[in-house]
Design a protein around this ligand. Structure first.
Ligand code: COS
Length: 382
């Protein structure tokens, strides 16, 4: 549901203030502790952040894609680890259920997801199925009133906190590729499900990814999400949407970095004048600004098209591809503008430089986005 302009401004203002006053001062501590304080998570719940995209009927804010992207831009102005805490509930962990769930499934899980009492994860990736996600090897073999799951999922965001997983698994072992895959809503407390230790990562400390292991986990038939054999399409449609959200976060981080650079360029003097007077550095700022504006225009236009009911598979891939590469370039220039101060930890620039690297990899690498864009463009004839 699209918000009226006044309500949208109020929401964006509230999120912007929360980010500036509450989250930014905690960035270094969260990175050091590799954990977000519980009281902050509770404040995020109270603000409704876990339910941004959940329909109002189930307790969420039911934002349009455009409004969700605008909120995600605001959230991008701080460490992406904060957004990650509720990002799965808003995106890949809930949207399969929102788009393909039965009424009973929605009533059972969505209110808890919207409030943040149920944390969700999206379990597609496996050791042998990364970019080639149709190659999932985890089995889901029907046995009476249940499917029995066996296999391992890898790098699953928020798995260590999750109560509910959307799991893509092969229900037809005789059928290779996408057609043999079904999706399931799998509760954490089922016997045989275990979660590995959080991986040590390059950036985004405070956000966690882990293996999820299924050892004869019996998932009731009523927890299948969508029709048998349709699980890959569920995953792809969830990712189409998720890619737009990630694009918006990239734009927020880029805008933050540009502001930090401009402030620093005003203060720091070399050769008797402020850095802002040097045209070579002005050129860098101009490039950063131009690219972030372009990414924002592409992302918001695609979000509006999706809100209007159009298929945006290609455009969402283009937005994710451009925005994630863009923020990589902006972060690199930010380190350069700050010089030695960008390389040491004090200003947080090197932290953001590491944090943004994953945007070019998760929810589809840049190369996968290129594949999606090229395929669709060739199919459309231009
Ligand atoms: N929406 C709806 N359906 C889709 C779709 C989409 N966005 N993308 C593919 N499909 C459908 C296809 O139409 C096809 O259906 P039919 O068999 O009925 O024709 C089916 O799904 C298989 O699609 P395709 O043949 O394109 O599958 P591929 O194995 O070639 O894989 C890519 C396509 C590479 C695009 C896909 O595997 C992908 O996106 N990989 C990256 C996964 C990813 O983002 N991982 C990150 C993990 S989550 S953090």
């Amino acid at each position: 549901m699209a918000l009226d302009l006044e309500t949208r401004e109020q929401l964006l203002d509230t999120v912007a203030r929360f980010v500036a006053e509450r989250l930014r001062p905690l960035e270094a501590r969260v990175s050091e502790d590799d954990a977000i304080p519980n009281e902050v998570l509770e404040e995020m719940k109270a603000l409704g952040l876990y339910g941004l995209s959940i329909p109002e009927a189930y307790g969420g804010l039911d934002l349009s894609m455009e409004d969700e992207c605008l909120v995600a831009v605001e959230l991008g102005r701080t460490s992406p680890a904060f957004r990650s805490a509720f990002g799965t509930n808003v995106g890949i962990g809930s949207q399969g259920l929102v788009m393909f769930g039965t009424e009973a499934q929605k009533q059972k899980y969505l209110p808890g997801i919207a409030s943040g009492d149920i944390i969700t994860s999206f379990a597609l990736t496996e050791p042998e199925a990364g970019s080639d996600s149709a190659n999932v090897q985890t089995r889901a073999i029907r046995d009476g009133d249940a499917y029995v799951l066996n296999g391992t999922k890898r790098y699953i965001t928020n798995a260590n906190k999750a109560h509910l997983f959307t799991v893509m698994a092969r229900s037809d072992p005789d059928r290779a590729g996408a057609g043999g895959v079904s999706a399931f809503l799998v509760e954490r407390n089922l016997p045989g499900l275990s979660v590995g230790k959080p991986e040590k990562k390059m950036g985004q400390q405070g956000a966690h990814i882990c293996d999820v292991i299924f050892d004869n986990v019996r998932v009731p038939v009523e927890n299948r999400l969508g029709a048998e054999g349709e699980g890959f399409k569920v995953a792809m449609q969830v990712l189409d949407r998720g890619r737009l959200h990630i694009s918006a976060v990239c734009i927020g981080v880029a805008e933050r970095l540009i502001r930090d650079c401009v402030a620093y360029m005003g203060e720091r003097k070399q050769f008797g004048q402020a850095l802002s007077q040097f045209q070579l550095l002005q050129g860098m700022i101009a490039d950063c600004k131009t690219e972030s504006l372009a990414a924002k225009a592409l992302t918001l236009e695609t979000a509006r098209r999706r809100d209007a009911g159009q298929s945006v598979t290609m455009e969402a891939a283009a937005a994710k591809y451009f925005a994630s590469e863009m923020v990589g370039r902006v972060a690199d220039k930010a380190v350069q503008i700050f010089g030695g101060a960008g390389y040491v930890a004090d200003h947080g620039i090197e932290r953001l430089y590491r944090d943004v690297r994953i945007f070019r990899i998760y929810e589809g690498t840049s190369q996968i986005q290129q594949v999606v864009i090229a395929r669709e463009t060739l199919k459309r004839g231009g």
